[in-house]
Structure formats: C-alpha cells, structure tokens
Ligand binder design. Structure first.
Ligand SMILES: NC(=O)c1ccc[n+]([C@@H]2O[C@H](COP(=O)([O-])OP(=O)(O)OC[C@H]3O[C@@H](n4cnc5c(N)ncnc54)[C@H](O)[C@@H]3O)[C@@H](O)[C@H]2O)c1
Length: 251
C-alpha cells in the first residue's frame, strides 16, 4: 500500500457504487480519508463499510446532489468534522436519455441539475477551504459523449460537455491558489449504469471500440486518482478520456 494521499481528504460524489466507489477505495488504499456521498442511503452505507475495511477514516453524506442548500451544508459539516477537503471528484451521475423531441422539461432539469448544477455548487462549497490551505485538486467526470456527441441523449451530452467548459474555466480561475481542475471523460465502462442495457448492446458496442471491449471501472479510476494526486502537479485544465481508442481523431 502506497501512502501518496496520506493526510489528504477526498470527497467523491455519487460514491455509493460504480466508479465513484472504486475511486474512493483506490484513494483510501493509498492513505486518504474519504467522504462517501450518495443519494441512496443503502448504497452509501455499503460503500462506507467497504472503504472503512481498508483502514481509512470515512465520513458519509446522504444527500441529493441537486439539493444545493442541503449538499453545501453537508459538505461544510464534513469539512468541519475532518478539518479539510483536498480533493473533490464530481462523479455523481444518472443516465437519463431520450431524443430531442422525447425529452421532457423535467428530465432536462434533472440531468442538468445533477451533472452541472450539482457539480458547480459542490465545487463552490469546497473551494474556499482549498484556497485557504493553498491548494487542491478537482476532477470532473464528463463522458466521451460530452466530446463526440451522440445520435440521441442530447440533454445528457450537453450536460457532460458543460462539465468540460467548467473544467477549463475553473482551471484558469483557480490556478492562482494552486487548485488544479481536470476532467475524465469515460468511454464505455461496465457498471450498474450500463450493464442493464443487455449483452447484445454491450457486444455490439464493443465491436466499434478499437480495443474491442468495454472498460472495467478500475481502468477509468486510475486516471481519476492520477489527476487527483501530486503526480499530476503540473496538469490542469485537461481532459483524459480512457476509451479504448474510441475517439482517436488525431493528436
Ligand atoms: N458507465 C459508463 O459507461 C460511463 C460512461 C461515461 C460517463 N460515465 C459517468 O461516470 C459517472 C459514474 O458513473 P457509473 O457508471 O459509476 O454509474 P453508477 O450508476 O454505477 O453510479 C452513480 C452513482 O451516483 C449516485 N447518484 C445518482 N444521482 C445522484 C444524486 N442526485 N445525488 C447523489 N448521488 C447520486 C447513484 O446512486 C450511484 O451510486 C457518472 O457521472 C456517469 O455519467 C459513465
């Protein structure tokens, strides 16, 4: 076990399961104190147990990230309890899809509320402490669809693209305080969010990926952990897209 996150506190939103939980476990195994957050109390409790089993200190937040007042109050309580928040991973996400004509105003508001507004105001809550302590790392979880677009799901693609815009601007705005802001734009990853689409969809989609398969969550989360770590100390305003070669367009 390396201790590269010793003394650091990492808040990962939507870390009750999936990639957020793997981010939390990887950083816990490398010495971080973890703030688990999820809208689902059962998932949050399970994740808390799994992270605590690594020996890490864990604080738990159960809250809808789109409930801005509740979320900011919960983050302030976590920071007061643990003394600091050094790393924020804006990971909480939902897979609300639909065609342009088939997307309701409620789905649009929910998609942007969770991905964009939720990430925006979670970041607003952690930045004053990071500024006061002289640094921090923020990783926004976008999506390959935020870069390439898709044949449908434009609400989702637009929200994920907005996260890339926030990443670039926050990187410039917060650089004077040594707060680095980067994005990870996952390609196809096997998590609870995607496996329900069924074997035929998974197999057909894999044929379009140069590496010929979907990623395991760990293959995405190593990029998140790298960007959150001091190994990425001169990297800000960038996006890494582990996607098996799906978006090779020229460098
Ligand atoms: N799986 C993929 O192929 C893929 C591809 C591109 C991007 N992503 C993005 O990666 C991130 C993680 O996805 P995943 O595949 O691990 O999904 P997942 O569904 O396994 O996990 C998402 C977690 O977020 C939580 N969550 C959802 N809405 C919330 C809310 N309003 N408040 C608090 N928590 C909430 C869920 O309860 C869940 O625990 C998401 O932002 C997703 O959009 C995933």
């Amino acid at each position: 076990m390396t201790e590269e996150f010793a003394g650091k506190v990492a808040l990962i939103t939507g870390s009750g399961r999936g990639m957020g939980l793997v981010d939390a476990l990887l950083m816990a195994q490398r010495g971080a104190t973890i703030v688990i957050h999820d809208i689902d109390p059962g998932l949050a409790a399970d994740a808390t147990r799994k992270v605590a089993a690594t020996g890490a200190t864990v604080h738990t937040i159960v809250c809808d990230i789109a409930d801005i007042a509740a979320m900011q109050a919960a983050i302030a309580h976590a920071e007061a309890t643990l003394g600091r928040i050094d790393i924020l991973v804006n990971n909480a996400g939902i897979g609300l899809g639909g065609t342009l004509e088939g997307t309701s105003e409620a789905d649009f508001d929910r998609g942007f509320g969770v991905h964009v507004k939720g990430s925006f105001f979670a970041t607003q809550a952690v930045v004053p402490g990071m500024k006061a302590r002289g640094g921090g790392a923020i990783v926004n979880i976008s999506s390959i669809w935020g870069m390439t677009g898709h044949h449908s799901d434009s609400q989702h693609c637009g929200a994920k693209a907005a996260l890339l815009g926030l990443t670039k601007t926050w990187a410039k705005e917060l650089a004077p305080w040594n707060i680095r802001v980067n994005a990870v734009a996952p390609g196809c990853v096997l998590t609870e969010m995607t496996v329900h689409k069924g074997k035929d969809y998974i197999d057909d989609r894999a044929k379009l990926i140069p590496l010929g398969r979907w990623a395991q969550p760990e293959e995405m989360c190593e990029a998140v952990v790298f960007l959150a770590s001091e190994r990425a100390s001169f990297i800000t305003g960038q996006c890494i897209s582990p996607n098996g070669g799906d978006t090779i367009v020229g460098i």
